[in-house]
Design a protein around this ligand. Structure first.
Ligand code: XMP
Length: 315
């Protein structure tokens, strides 16, 4: 019978056998999947695991610092890389969603390669790929819906073997394993967050200024969910910065500013999802706070689409 404990026992054993004394580099994203992968691997091979956590400048507000701290407390051997400017430059003027994903995916690979080269004798690249990532990247009709940057696309030149110990699991199973491994519930119950981060929640071209707006709006939304005891009731949530300006009024001034869409869904595996029925008072508070505090936003709208046919992310 499958239990978190039995999965951990057999996986640690298999990882030990497969990896031996090999050195492994792991792509940490800040999310549950890669974090659990790291702790699992740390248990199997200890110091032979080096984790790299890249700040692509598209993370949530304060996420890089907070998560890096978490990782250090977990005893992981982790290198934090600030690559913000590199990504902003590569993404300049790019509006096509798939192109953005590809640029961000390639940026990750470039940064990892650089870090892997600095370390000696790295043989493996570990990733927190889970089952839905794989199925969503395949397709029955041969048409890829969205390319998830953590599946495929790894250039042969990287010359590293791929280690994906969670690739047959669903999110709820990954969470159970994380708790069984003694990870902090706050870390385990963190909402899923896409690898390309705010890059696919800022529609159209990305600029540092738009990142600031998206981060601040997102932070107000997520803090609000926590405050109202709603955070654990939804699967994931975030603020989408639309490429839409509209007219508003502030004092006696006419404004012509950006629109934020609030996206919150309930789901069990991200394959299907329904929009969260959030209380009106909560929505009113979040909307007011975003419009009053986030410079550059004068309108907030609510996304009431289900998946399918809409996806959770807007790009
Ligand atoms: P969609 O938007 O396809 O998202 O309904 C399903 C789940 O996958 C996450 N997502 C991604 N995760 N890299 C990731 O690691 C990606 O490129 C990516 N795109 C979407 C999304 O947040 C949701 O949980």
């Amino acid at each position: 019978d499958w239990t978190p404990a039995s999965f951990i026992e057999s996986t640690v054993r298999e990882l030990k056998e497969e990896l031996g004394d090999d050195k492994v580099i792991l792509a940490l994203s800040g999310g549950v999947d890669s974090s659990v992968t790291a702790v699992l691997l740390n248990r199997a091979i200890g110091k032979n695991l080096t984790c790299v956590f890249v700040d692509h400048g598209l993370l949530r507000k304060n996420e890089f610092e907070t998560v890096l701290d978490d990782y250090e407390h977990l005893g992981l051997n982790v290198i934090g890389v600030d690559a913000k400017q590199h990504f902003y430059k590569e993404l300049e003027g790019v509006t096509d969603p798939e192109e953005k994903r590809k640029i961000i995916g390639k940026g990750f690979i470039d940064v990892f390669e650089r870090e892997a080269h600095k370390l000696k004798d790295i043989k493996w690249l570990a990733q927190g790929t889970i089952y839905p990532d794989i199925i969503e990247s395949l397709s029955i009709t041969g048409v890829t819906i969205k390319s998830h940057h953590n599946v495929g696309g790894l250039p042969e030149k990287m010359n590293l073997k791929l280690c994906e110990p969670l690739k047959l699991l669903f999110k709820d199973e990954v969470r159970k394993i994380g708790l069984e491994l003694g990870m902090r519930p706050g870390l385990i119950h963190r909402h899923p967050f896409p690898g390309p981060g705010l890059g696919i929640r800022i529609l159209g071209a990305i600029t540092p200024e738009k990142v600031r707006i998206a981060q601040e709006a997102d932070d107000i939304f997520i803090s609000g969910l926590r405050e109202y005891g709603l955070y654990d009731k939804v699967w994931q949530a975030g603020a989408i910065l639309l490429p839409v300006q509209s007219v508003g009024v502030m004092g006696d001034e006419r404004t012509y500013e950006n629109t934020i869409a609030l996206r919150s869904v309930t789901s069990t595996d991200a394959m299907t999802a329904d929009w969260s029925r959030l209380p009106y008072e909560f929505l009113a508070k979040v909307s007011n706070e975003i419009i009053n505090k986030v410079q550059g936003v004068n309108r907030v709208v609510l996304d009431i689409s289900s998946k399918p046919p809409a996806t959770i992310e807007w790009e």
